[in-house]
Design a protein around this ligand. Structure first.
Ligand SMILES: [Zn+2]
Length: 335
């Protein structure tokens, strides 16, 4: 019998497991869970104890093989000095305004990892590792240079630069990579067994050619230099770039169900573990057990390595939706 941690990490290495792992590398927080465990947004983004309590509560309730406390997209940007709207109980935080305009504006403070917004993540990971880390995989999150570009330079500026000034964009992305590296290393040192690499190079924002030119070499460097498994997360329909993701050397890709499970598996070509499979809105948020069972059956049949929500779950998702995934897996495996 494998522990959850062994199963999750073996699944990311595409090694033999006793059953597909259950989990995700995006937020499992929902308002119902916040009410039930007494740790709610926005405080659960800024207090490591509350952050850890909410994360462990949802994973234990759902019977998942991992715990993931980094719900939002703002911690790295906040530690770099960006102004943050920390959101509300039912609304995720966001970066209020672009921090930088020019490649030379990029300045990473020497004490980046010790700044409050990073410290809360690192303290939460440390506490979760200590309490649950023997048996359960602890997962952190770092943003890749493309997403950091959105957060720190603004989405519009980045998109305009891909067309108008690709050299400038390349310079920016190369410098932002250092933030990803430092955040990743600090989280692994704090106890993270694996990390989400959030880099939203989705179809509407980034062509496969742009991915190959700007991001593939940077993702290859991350795969080589970060001392732990990275799971790339990009929302949307990604079929045209999964073969490129398979060239990165990254451990896994967390895919959106707009790509059918079997298609994702075929495109990954045995070079990338796959994670996801359960539709967030039609299946989880509606709490529709029959749809959840159908999603899980498809994922199992396709050989998806880690089964769970496809992206951060909507904050109004009912807990019963999350709790229906594990029985659906047991049913799929015995039928
Ligand atoms: Zn997503």
């Amino acid at each position: 019998m494998m522990t959850s941690r062994q199963r999750f990490l073996a699944a990311l290495r595409r090694e033999r497991v006793d059953r597909p792992a259950l989990g995700t590398v995006t937020s499992l927080a929902c308002v119902e869970a916040m009410d039930a465990c007494g740790a709610a947004f926005p405080e659960a983004h800024q207090d490591p104890k509350l952050m850890a309590r909410l994360a462990s509560y949802v994973s234990l309730e759902a019977g998942f093989d991992m715990i993931f406390p980094v719900y939002s997209v703002v911690h790295e940007a906040a530690a770099l000095g960006a102004a943050i709207d920390w959101g509300q109980r039912d609304r995720m935080p966001s970066v209020k305004a672009a921090l930088w305009q020019d490649p030379d504006d990029i300045a990473i403070p020497a004490d980046f990892e010790a700044r409050p917004a990073m410290r809360v993540v690192l303290d939460a990971l440390r506490a979760l590792k200590k309490r649950y880390g023997r048996d359960t995989a602890i997962v952190g999150k770092t943003f890749g240079p493309w997403s950091l570009g959105y957060h720190l330079f603004g989405v519009d500026n980045i998109l305009v630069m891909t067309l108008d000034d690709p050299d400038r964009l390349q310079k920016i992305l190369g410098r932002l990579l250092e933030i990803t590296m430092r955040s990743a290393r600090a989280q692994i040192e704090a106890g993270a067994d694996a990390l989400c690499l959030g880099d939203h190079c989705s179809r509407d924002m980034c062509s496969p050619e742009a991915y190959r030119r700007f991001l593939l070499p940077l993702h290859q460097r991350l795969a080589k230099e970060v001392p732990g498994p990275l799971v790339l997360h990009t929302c949307g329909e990604t079929a045209d770039r999964i073969p490129l993701f398979a060239e990165t050397g990254l451990a896994a890709f967390h895919y959106d169900t707009r790509v059918p499970a079997a298609t994702a598996k075929r495109l990954a070509g045995g070079k990338l573990a796959l994670m996801g499979g359960v539709n967030n809105v039609q299946s989880l948020r509606s709490g529709d057990t029959a749809r959840i069972e159908q999603d899980v059956r498809e994922a199992v049949a396709a050989g998806i390595h880690v089964i769970g929500p496809e992206c951060a779950i909507p904050l109004d998702t009912p807990l019963r939706g999350l709790k229906a995934i594990r029985p659906a897996l047991e049913k799929a495996l015995t039928s």
